[in-house]
Design a protein around this ligand. Structure first.
Ligand code: FAD
Length: 377
């Protein structure tokens, strides 16, 4: 007689931030959760990113609201999970008059309500490391964690505090209503949430294709600790034509035209480069990034692209310190923030397709669980 197979309330495929966010939302609803990941530890986009939970600059409307709610969840969960919030806020520094106009227009929107222009004396006092900008807007909403530490700590806390079980080294090769096939055998669950990031070769490749999902490849750098400390993460003019919260404003068109007319800025734009600089606890800086789109991007980091990222850094922060590390990452990319599909009644495929998973997954997961559990929103 064969033993009755264990049936789980909820199985989640993928232990990146999207999977962990769903594990939290399910566990908070009293579900017994099992998380499966094919790797020995999360090793995808979720540990390669800036760990920058960006609110200000996200697309107006739903995405901005998802980011605000997710930042609140990060702020609540991080201390419980022993995750240091390494930096808070965001400084948006404008060096061109057209960028200042974007900044002013943004400050007038609902999203700019709690942001404020830094007076020149405050800027000079607290931000002496900046190449002096014409203007700067400070946002209080954003925060930063060190992803390579935060993701394992989040998983550890989910296990310890919420009884979530993790099974790494488990490749899932088929999912159907109530049933998962893995390299370690068949598992059964009432609900299954599939969060495989940009791996569409195994599960639901047709749904990825239908949604027009491709991959975005990014180059990132870690620079040696300078003599100063950044009061918060910082972005510059190039970010104002990339992040939709700014780029969708009418004033951004003049900034784009100006940047396209400058050879160095135009070369940066051609590589999808904008500049984010964040600082880690040891003082080193994480700086990036570039964006190139292809279903199978090559795995090579280009020195020329790194040089353009460092040139964008120099425009914002002066001569860059020594490069300590370089890496590439990829994420699933398509038009729109994310896809949530229902390949079977109690199965969901959830993919963040906008490179904002660290910033929006916690809130997205709450929406998915609300719908899946038949709760009133
Ligand atoms: C360089 C870089 C910088 C970024 N910066 C930011 C940022 O500052 N702020 C921000 O909000 N976002 C940022 N992003 C985007 C963000 O990192 C992603 O949106 C997010 O990490 C996606 O999370 P995920 O869980 O879907 O994917 P992943 O982290 O890739 O996790 C997917 C997991 O699923 C597992 N898996 C896949 N298929 C299977 C299978 N068949 N069986 C078992 N396991 C499977 C994989 O092993 C993997 O662990 C950045 C991304 C990159 C690459």
């Amino acid at each position: 007689m064969s033993a009755t197979p264990t049936r789980h309330d909820c199985i989640i495929v993928g232990a990146g931030i999207v999977g962990l966010a769903h594990a939290l939302a399910a566990a908070r609803r009293g579900r017994r959760v099992l998380v499966l990941d094919r790797d020995a530890a999360a090793n995808g986009a979720s540990i390669r990113n800036f760990g920058f939970v960006t609110v200000t600059g996200q697309e107006a409307g739903t995405v901005w609201q998802l980011a605000r709610r997710s930042a609140a969840i990060w702020a609540e969960v991080a201390p419980l999970a022993g995750i240091p919030i390494v930096q808070r806020g965001l400084l948006l520094a404008a060096h061109r008059p057209e960028a200042e106009a974007v900044l002013d227009a943004f400050a007038e929107t609902e999203m700019g309500r709690d942001c404020h222009r830094l007076p020149a004396d405050e800027l000079a006092r607290d931000w002496p490391m900046l190449v002096p900008p014409r203007a700067a807007l400070w946002s209080p909403h954003d925060l930063r964690v060190e992803s390579a530490e935060a993701i394992p700590r989040l998983a550890g806390w989910l296990a310890a505090a919420h009884g979530v079980t993790f099974q790494y080294g488990t490749a899932v090769h088929a999912v159907a209503q109530g049933r998962i096939e893995t390299n370690h055998g068949t598992l059964f669950a009432d609900q299954i949430i599939v969060c495989p990031g940009d791996d569409w070769s195994t599960l639901f490749p047709d749904l990825y294709a239908e949604a027009g999902i491709t991959r975005c490849k990014l180059q990132m750098l870690r620079l040696a600790a300078p003599a100063w400390r950044l009061p918060s993460p910082v972005m510059g003019d190039l970010s104002m034509v990339r992040y939709l919260g700014y780029a969708a404003l009418p004033q951004a068109a003049a900034l784009r035209a100006r940047l396209e007319g400058e050879p160095a800025a135009a070369a940066a734009l051609a590589d999808g480069i904008h500049l984010i600089a964040v600082q880690s606890a040891d003082g080193s800086l994480v700086v990036g990034d570039s964006h190139h789109y292809a279903p199978t991007p090559d795995p090579f980091a280009s020195d020329a692209i790194d040089a353009r990222i460092l040139a964008a850094y120099a425009e914002l922060l002066g001569a860059p310190p020594r490069v300590q590390a370089r890496w590439t990452g990829t994420y699933a990319s398509a038009a729109g923030h994310s896809i949530v599909r229902s390949p079977a009644p109690d199965v969901r495929l959830v993919v963040v397709t906008s490179g904002t998973g660290a910033s929006t997954s916690f809130a997205l997961a709450e929406h998915v669980l609300t719908e899946l559990m038949g709760e009133t929103a």
